[in-house]
Design a protein around this ligand. Structure first.
Ligand code: ADP
Ligand code: MG
Ligand code: MG
Length: 248
């Protein structure tokens, strides 16, 4: 699924990723942990093609296809999805409209027709029911006045409707209470499957009690410096990142 080799990337001429390599096979959930400033968000932006992030060496492929050669919308069309650390509030735009626009942009990039209104409403109602989201909430302006938990539900709903193949959660757990954390974890776990892979970026082990990763990687100073099973996350929680900061 995702294969990253010797990736170097710079922001404003400052090298942030310094030879990062990572393999995430289809069907697996991998966690990336690391200290603040290690380059975790930079990795997620480089993979999704955010402006201002310059790849200077290395490769990133999705199912063998060069991801870095694609425009951000083309990557989205291939099914790359990045969750927001801080959900957008969009006054005046109902959540339903926002999701429909995102879905149609994805379909357009795939050369598919727009989803019809009845088909979209049916999909939205089905997914909302599955995720226990009050359908009326989706008629309100996106995230405006939503609680933290409601914003997370809305994001999970958006994710479920776009049905990504490769999903990146970048510290989506920051600032969440335990109920919101469960919403995120349930939504993510429900999307696990043999054709999908996920990268869960988190500073804390806590989320990984709910989303059990197949592998855990430590990102320090722009490189993956250690990899292991779920026990590595527990070790980091106990002992901190000092050991790995030196290794970098
Ligand atoms: P993490 O997500 O692991 O906390 P980031 O990827 O956000 O780390 O940041 C990695 C490094 O890149 C930090 O030293 C940060 O200050 C720097 N950085 C991030 N964005 C920018 C930017 N737009 N301009 C300059 N430096 C940046
Ligand atoms: Mg940070
Ligand atoms: Mg970050």
């Amino acid at each position: 699924m995702l294969s990253v080799k010797n990736l170097h990337a710079a922001v404003e001429d400052k090298e942030i990723l310094k030879g990062l390599s990572l393999e995430v096979p289809a069907g697996e959930v991998h966690a990336i942990m690391g200290p603040n400033g290690a380059g975790k968000s930079t990795l997620s932006y480089v993979l999704t093609g955010r402006e201002g992030y310059e790849v200077t060496a290395g490769s990133a492929t999705l199912d063998g296809e060069d991801l870095l050669a694609l425009e951000p919308n083309e990557r989205a069309a291939k099914g790359v999805f990045l969750s927001f650390q801080y959900p957008l509030e969009i006054p005046g735009v109902p959540a339903l409209t926002f999701i429909r626009t995102a879905l149609n942009a994805q379909r357009k990039a795939r050369g598919e027709d727009e989803i019809s209104a009845p088909e979209f409403l049916k999909l939205a109602r089905t997914k909302a029911a599955e995720l226990k989201i009050d359908f009326d909430m989706m008629k309100r302006a996106l995230n405006v006045g939503f609680s933290g938990g409601e914003k997370k539900r809305m994001e999970i709903l958006q994710m479920a409707m776009l049905s990504p193949r490769f999903l990146i959660l970048d510290e989506t757990d920051s600032g969440l209470d335990i109920d919101a954390l469960r919403i995120v974890a349930d939504g993510v776990n429900a999307m696990r499957g043999p054709d999908r892979a996920m990268l869960v970026i988190t500073h804390y082990q806590r989320l990984l009690d709910y989303i059990k990763p197949d592998r855990v990687h430590v990102l320090s100073a722009g490189r993956i410096v250690a990899s292991g099973g779920p026990e590595l996350a527990l070790e980091l929680e106990r002992e901190g990142y000092d050991k790995y900061a030196r290794a970098a």
